[in-house]
Design a binder for this molecule. Sequence first.
Ligand code: FMN
Length: 501
Amino acid sequence: MLLKGLIGATLLALLARGFFEAFIQRTSTLQRNFPLVIHFRYWLEKMGAPLRQYLFLSDTAERPYNRTTRSWVYASSKGENNVIGFGSGVDHNAPGTVHLMPSLFPVRTEADHEDFALPPLIGKNRKHPYQPQSFFNISGMSFGALSANAVRALSGGAKKAHVYMSTGEGSMSPYHEEGGADIVFQIGPAKFGVRSPDGALDEKKLVELASRPQVKMIEIKLAQGAKPGKGGVLPKAKITEEISRIRGIPMGQDCHSPNTFSEFSNVKGLLEFVDHVQKLTGKPTGIKMVGGTKQQSEELAQGISQGEVSPDFIIVDGTEGGSGAAPLALADYVGLPLREGLTQMDNALRKYGVRNRTVLIASGKIATGGDVVQALALGAEMVNIARGFLFSIGCIQAMQCHTNHCPTGITTQDKRLQRGLDPALKSERVANYAKNLKKDLFMMLHSCGLKHPGELTRDHLTMVVAPGEIRSLRQLYPYPDDAEAVLAAQWQNIARGENAA
Ligand SMILES: Cc1cc2nc3c(=O)[nH]c(=O)nc-3n(C[C@H](O)[C@H](O)[C@H](O)COP(=O)(O)O)c2cc1C
């Protein structure tokens, strides 16, 4: 009797809903034309992405990161077997495929050999120069975009692995400090954490923050690859009381950071601002940018060459870089990919003779040893990695960072979802990933007869440009005319133990 009643009530509700969709509502054409049944299509549409990811896409087809890459990071982070059997799944003759050139005589690798090569000292003219310990480090992702547990896991893992971690533009949280890792404090145009009520730089706050021993460098964020020309966006769903306090922003409305600094609008002004922050803090201070026109990169290099001031490091972020929330138009259309942006900046600095006054750091979809090698060969001394490290703490590429519904508790402020992420366990995974990445980096170097990442040049890589046609990356991305001399000088520095700086 009860069952009959329930079935009757359900049918009545469906009938009423169908009538509403077909005759009353006007917003959806499909619901007016195909009432009720259209919801099956909506459901299939929603389930399409995860179904493709789990069942239908091949190991190398998925984007942004394919399954082969993600599986390698997952296995490496868990300390599981990360080698493959039978053979490579890469189509080695497909245009765009990059290969590293092996040597007839690789460097002999001892079984328990540790590589002690270090990246260059950064900010050698500052009061507190910084010696990074790792060629790859954790790229800026703000607390707010990330959950407290994610920040805890990353900072704890970074400390164990001797890699540094950038705060991203959301200011420094107690969770960054808790893990004890070296911190790079990022200042975005909104200057969260170091802003005065009128939006200017609060020098007192900056000096206080920078004086903390854990803060090793200051990163001025001009732009980010996923959304050049747009400030950070923190959807209101992710603004908790704590985040509103740390950033100094109201709750209940989306937080849009300004897209540019009010302090400068040209190279001269930028360099003055860099100089000001360097003098205020005494810590190495650099910029984060996205490649645009060649003329623009050259203007920056020329500006550096004309004075005493130089950013201590320049991060070139590729348009393929990730974001917690970005407009599709900017993510898909604006900015140079990493290869082009990086080589263009490297060349500009070489052309104006200032390559040794700054350290180039590359970021943009770098996750494996091969990715790191490629960026270093193209001109970077170091790389930053964001999403690779998120995979190490359990990111499944659900693409929900902007919704507050991240199922893995990483990019959500929902306490229920964060509960599943155990920071202590995940910090071990961060450290394991970093250890395996370092192992792969040096294994690849040894394979081509090199000992120090600074020895990598564009000659060491080739790319298939068409079936049967292969070019070296030096042919595709030529150095400026005097590159031989610059390269020779770099090699001498490495041999003298001065690294590339
Ligand atoms: C969740 C998330 C939050 C991010 N937040 C920031 C940020 O606050 N500041 C910034 O400069 N870049 C931010 N980024 C961009 C990364 O720092 C990096 O530039 C970009 O993702 C490229 O690295 P990847 O390709 O290794 O992820 C964020 C990226 C992600 C995925």
